[in-house]
Design a protein around this ligand. Structure first.
Ligand code: AP5
Ligand code: MG
Length: 218
């Protein structure tokens, strides 16, 4: 069991790398962004409450995302958790620490994915995902082999996110620098932080993450 956090700004590649780890190491991806989008799609009361906040690129309340994580941690099983997009604030980091203690688990690594803002704009504005299996693509760096058809499941249901536009991205980046980037210092002082070059090619980033995981895996 290895539990890790993927920490990085919008478009850093958290979701892309998490999906590889699910396939290759049988870990469980816990993406609060995906959970919130599911709640919106199924039009739950909470989903309707967060829709505007998310499309503007602001953060949803700590209470909502901590509740989602607690629920999923209790029901999912696999070879450890990949926290993708959570925690994003200091109260969320404290809550995760408490949840891990309560369930007798450790946090094995926090992997900061370092990128620059210019690359992020290109990544976010070119991203699309398969609406059926969730595979993540990019118009230029990771197109589907056959236009409009998912390489993994063959679906033609390709989606672009409502918050993947330049205006929302500006807010998302500001939220990241103001509220999430302090977590880099927080986990550095806890002795858990490692950094990878998020600007490298997808497989190279995966290799850097593998090296970190091999060192901390039990
Ligand atoms: P969330 O869904 O977590 O979005 P995000 O953090 O903005 O991150 P992204 O999903 O946009 O990027 P990613 O790092 O996963 O990159 P990806 O792999 O897709 O959150 C959305 C919203 O939900 C938030 O704004 C907030 O409102 C709310 N929310 C979520 N969690 C919350 C929390 N804890 N607290 C409060 N609110 C919360 O890659 C991006 C693109 O780049 C893809 O096209 C991909 O193919 C490409 N790519 C990836 N890696 C590479 C590479 N190495 N080289 C070239 N291209 C690459
Ligand atoms: Mg993501």
């Amino acid at each position: 069991m290895t539990n890790i956090i993927l920490l990085g700004p919008p478009g850093a590649g958290k979701g892309t790398q998490a999906r590889k780890l699910v396939d290759e190491r049988n870990m469980v991806q816990l993406s609060t962004g995906d959970m919130l989008r599911e709640a919106m799609a199924s039009r739950t009361e909470m989903g309707q409450k967060v829709a505007g906040v998310m499309s503007r690129g602001e953060l949803v309340t700590d209470e909502i995302v901590i509740g989602l994580i607690e629920e999923k941690m209790a029901s999912a099983s696999g070879n450890g958790f990949i926290f993708d997009g959570f925690p994003r604030t200091l109260p969320q980091a404290d809550a995760l620490g408490a949840l891990l203690v309560k369930t007798g688990q450790a946090l094995d690594a926090v992997i900061e994915m370092r990128v620059d803002d210019e690359a992020l704009v290109k990544r976010i504005t070119g991203r699309f995902t398969c609406g059926n299996c969730g595979e993540v693509y990019h118009d230029e760096t990771k197109p589907t082999k056959v236009a409009g058809t998912c390489d993994v499941c063959g679906s033609h249901d390709m989606k672009r996110r409502a918050d993947d536009n330049e205006d929302s991205l500006k807010t998302r980046l500001m939220e990241y620098y103001k509220k999430t980037s302090p977590l880099i210092g927080y986990y550095y002082h806890a002795g858990a932080l490692s950094t990878v070059d998020g600007l490298a090619e997808i497989d190279e980033v995966a290799g850097q993450i593998d090296t970190i995981l091999d060192a901390v895996s039990k």
